[in-house]
Ligand binder design. Structure first.
Ligand SMILES: NC(=O)C1=CN([C@@H]2O[C@H](COP(=O)(O)OP(=O)(O)OC[C@H]3O[C@@H](n4cnc5c(N)ncnc54)[C@H](O)[C@@H]3O)[C@@H](O)[C@H]2O)[C@@H](O)CC1
Ligand SMILES: Nc1ncnc2c1ncn2[C@@H]1O[C@H](COP(=O)(O)OP(=O)(O)OP(=O)(O)O)[C@@H](O)[C@H]1O
Ligand SMILES: [Mg+2]
Length: 325
């Protein structure tokens, strides 16, 4: 892993495994349920039920204690059916099921339901399998404003990035926002914020400008290497993952980044890196390790569920559990 400072000069090489180890908490009998993280995913609609499941179950498998999903009414039974571990709230609605005159009251009800929980969450993931229905995105914009009021970190992925690219004020100037764009999502962000095309010759500088342009949010640009920046430095995680590009790998990443960000926020003292940057580095190295193991076992038939199965052993290899008694 390499890192660069904002003037383009190389900085001390950062070790992703050490960062992951430094933020992963010990398991202690004195701890109670919830202390290792309470994560929520806002996503899941009629079309997409896999993405929110991948994200929420990956948060649990990375080590969170509780994982919630806030999704549409028709997605909820499907997501519940995948796993009894998830707490599923069927509260969102798409335009096709709502009359115009009911929209205001439905929005108020959605916010009331989410606010019962918001303060308790250590991180909220916005977007896996959310879809792009305008009424649903309007409700989610309001959820994001409430998360911000409560100072809850947000990992924004998938259709959440479609939403914020068109409404940058939702995250602008919020240092607890993490954006995890794939190649398409990154292109749209660059076009909107910097009003130019992606320039890989000057990728580091462009990523710094993008993070600065958004006002301090952390960006994890996914690709052959993952590049992470909050506008001050750029870190690269380039360890080999898997050559398979089946859908859903980014959803795993969003779930584990959310957990690592919430752990990094619990560190005592004044760490040299922000919690959001450390969380991205740790999530990236874990996903790549798990993907490489899943690929070794499954080769061309490797699927996202195979990577999820390897999260536990990969985390154990990177940071063995020390159980204090
Ligand atoms: N099993 C699942 O349920 C999965 C669901 N996924 C979800 O699928 C959704 C889309 O993610 P992708 O990674 O495919 O997104 P991308 O933005 O990479 O691509 C989505 C598709 O939409 C098209 N598109 C681009 N701009 C558009 C616009 N303004 N309006 C309509 N369509 C547009 C693109 O050409 C592309 O074909 C997200 O919610 C994501 O979380 C993925 O995470 C993969 C797995
Ligand atoms: N070309 C590549 N080579 C190796 N690893 C990659 C490559 N592209 C992406 N990855 C890894 O896969 C992870 C997911 O990135 P990807 O670009 O597939 O996200 P995505 O399109 O959002 O996925 P999803 O299908 O879940 O929406 C990244 O963290 C990255 O580590
Ligand atoms: Mg994605």
């Amino acid at each position: 892993m390499q890192s660069l400072l904002s003037d383009g000069s190389p900085s001390m090489e950062v070790d992703a495994v050490s960062i992951l180890k430094s933020i992963t908490p010990s398991l202690e009998p004195s701890k109670h349920k919830g202390q290792a993280g309470k994560i929520a995913v806002v996503g899941g609609c009629r079309e997409y039920t896999g993405a929110p499941y991948f994200s929420a179950i990956s948060a649990l498998k990375t080590g969170a204690d509780l994982s919630h999903v806030f999704c549409t009414k028709d997605a909820a039974p499907v997501i519940k059916g995948y796993s009894p571990e998830l707490i599923v709230h069927p509260i969102l609605e798409e335009s096709y099921s709502v009359r115009d005159e009911d929209k205001k009251s439905i929005l108020a009800k959605v916010i009331e339901e989410v606010d019962k929980w918001m303060e308790r969450f250590d991180c909220v993931i916005i977007g896996p399998g959310l879809g792009r229905d305008p009424f649903l995105l309007d409700c989610v914009s309001n959820i994001m404003k409430h998360a911000r009021q409560f100072n809850v970190p947000m990992v924004i992925d998938g259709d959440g990035l479609f939403l914020v690219t068109n409404s940058l004020d939702l995250i602008s100037g919020y240092p607890l926002a993490v954006l995890t764009p794939n190649v398409n999502e990154y292109k749209r962000l660059v076009q909107k914020v910097l009003q130019c095309e992606v320039n890989d010759q000057d990728g580091t500088q462009q990523l710094l400008s993008l993070a600065k342009g958004i006002g301090g949010a952390t960006i994890l640009r996914k690709g052959g290497s993952d590049f992470i920046s909050n506008g001050e430095t750029v870190h690269e995680v380039s360890s080999f993952g898997s050559p398979r590009r089946c859908g859903g790998q980014g959803d795993i990443l969003s779930g584990s980044v959310a957990v690592f960000v919430s752990w990094a926020r619990q560190l005592a003292g004044e760490p040299s890196m922000s919690a959001t940057v450390m969380g991205c580095i740790a999530g990236s190295i874990l996903l790549r390790k798990a993907a490489s193991h899943a690929f070794e076992s499954n080769r061309r038939s490797m699927l996202t569920t195979d990577i999820i199965q390897h999260l536990g052993t990969s985390l154990e290899e990177l940071c063995p559990v020390l159980v204090s008694r």
